[in-house]
Structures are given as structure tokens and as C-alpha cells.
Design a protein around this ligand. Structure first.
Ligand code: FES
Length: 130
């Protein structure tokens, strides 16, 4: 399939960080309205740095490759740095996606945004208790 870069094929065939995290510090669950595909992203965060990220994606090859790439991009980044990663940045890191598959990368960006929102909400709640 020459429409896909070698990196996309690599991350599709050997996705990094598949799975979940027990008692995660943040979870993002999203569905793609275009196709119905689903992604879950789990974060482990220590002192506002993402020390681990895992995903489960029920979706197409581009969705799996972008999920895999986003977990690689956000590891060891601060929450603030990770929040700035766009779907375009993920697609670029993969050497590009065919235009018709760009919507697939939106899943990764939205899951990341939700997981960060979830982390921040948990932190706020924990702050209230303490
Ligand atoms: S076709 Fe659904 S995310 Fe790619």
C-alpha cells in the first residue's frame, strides 16, 4: 500500500504501548463520528510529567498507527507540552497520512485532550480533599 508511509505501516503492524494502565491518572475515551471507530488512552502522570501512556483502539490502520505514535510522542513530556500536540503533528511524525485518512488522526488528538482534562479534573478534586 504505497498510500501509507513506512512509518505508518510500522506503527500499524507493531503498535507501541497497546493496553491499559491500572488506576491511571487520566483516561480519554473518544469515538470518531465519521466512522464510529473508538480509542481509549490511559496516562500515568508523575509531577505533571507523563511517565507512561497506553492505548486501546478499535479502529482502522491509520487510527492504530496514530494512537501508537501519540503514546510515543507524549511520553516524558509535561502535561502542558502534551496538550499542545495536534493531530497534524502526530500525522507528520508518521511521515504523513493520505488526506482521506486525516480524520483518523483526530481520534488521537481528542483522546489526548480528554485524558488531560480527566487528569486535571482528578487533580483538582484531590486538591479539594487535601
Ligand atoms: S476509518 Fe475510523 S478512525 Fe480511521
Amino acid at each position: 500500500m504505497e498510500a501509507y508511509s513506512d512509518k505508518v505501516m510500522d506503527h500499524f503492524r507493531n503498535p507501541r504501548n497497546v493496553g491499559d494502565i491500572e488506576n491511571p491518572d487520566g483516561i480519554g475515551r473518544v469515538g470518531n463520528p465519521v466512522c464510529g471507530d473508538i480509542m481509549e488512552l490511559y496516562l500515568r502522570v508523575e509531577k505533571d510529567v507523563i511517565t507512561d501512556a497506553r492505548f486501546k483502539t478499535f479502529g482502522c490502520g491509520a487510527a492504530i498507527a496514530t494512537s501508537s505514535m501519540v503514546t510515543e510522542l507524549i511520553k516524558n513530556k509535561t502535561i502542558e507540552e502534551a496538550a499542545k500536540i495536534s493531530n497534524r503533528a502526530v500525522a507528520e511524525a508518521l511521515g504523513g497520512l493520505p488526506p482521506i485518512k486525516m480524520h483518523c488522526s483526530v481520534l488521537a488528538e481528542e483522546a489526548l485532550t480528554k485524558a488531560i482534562e480527566d487528569y486535571r479534573a482528578r487533580k483538582r478534586d484531590a486538591g479539594k480533599e487535601g
